[in-house]
Write a protein of this length. Structure first.
Lengths: 111, 110
């Protein structure tokens, strides 16, 4: 079974731009969660989608948004990028509850 | 805000030594998970503990959940270089929402 895939793996953007990251969950998994990992704040929960509906949301500004498609693939979008948005963005998939399987992440650098 | 504090933050030991990592919170969690993350990869789940007082063993790793389900520990016996990595505890607080600990970076030298 293929694992969670995230694209792109690396991305460089400048302040003010917007970015879209993609996550393909494990086949059959309907839940996708997104996390931000930084050296200062560690791993923080962004949001979770299940069957195209957002079920849970972390404490991030509205510039961070996401969506899930009918095939369970998910995207997250960050608008008006700030330097502090530089981070490793991880997505995790699960059947809906229980163990979450993480992808390798997308490393975003904002200049 | 639910916080999970891990200690120590960094640990550098020689192969063959034993170590314990602690994960503490003032909040009660329905379950607590331990992950290991290596550079360039996402966290990989090691174990989930659910019942207060529960002890789980995974080869040389022993995990314990506190009686009040607020704290946990990870003990590694006879550490090996392959154990090197970032160890993270995480508590589940809602639909697939994990609150992660501050992390313990372990380096095991040959």
């Amino acid at each position: 079974k293929a694992g969670v895939t995230q694209t792109p793996r690396y991305l460089i953007k400048t302040r003010g731009q917007q970015v879209t990251l993609s996550c393909s969950p494990i086949s059959g998994h309907r839940s996708v969660s997104w996390y931000q990992q930084t050296p200062g704040q560690g791993l923080q929960f962004l949001f979770e989608y299940f069957s195209e509906t957002q079920r849970n949301k972390g404490n991030f500004p509205g510039r961070f948004s996401g969506r899930q498609f009918s095939n369970s693939r998910s995207e997250m979008n960050v608008s008006t990028l700030e330097l502090g948005d530089s981070a490793l963005y991880l997505c995790a998939s699960s059947p809906g509850q229980g163990e979450q399987f993480f992808g390798p992440g997308t490393r975003l650098t904002v200049l | 805000t639910q916080l999970l504090e891990q200690s120590p933050q960094f640990l550098s030991i020689q192969e063959g030594e034993n170590l314990t990592v602690y994960c503490n919170s003032s909040s009660v969690f329905s379950s607590l998970q331990w992950y290991r993350q290596e550079p360039g990869e996402g966290p990989v789940l090691l174990v989930t503990v659910v019942t207060g007082g529960e002890v789980k063993k995974l080869k040389r790793l022993t995990f314990q959940f506190g009686d009040a389900r607020k704290d946990s520990s990870l003990h590694i016996t006879a550490a090996q270089p392959g154990d090197t990595g970032l160890y993270l505890c995480a508590g589940e607080t809602g639909f697939q929402k994990l609150v992660f600990g501050t992390g313990t970076r372990l380096l095991v030298s040959p």
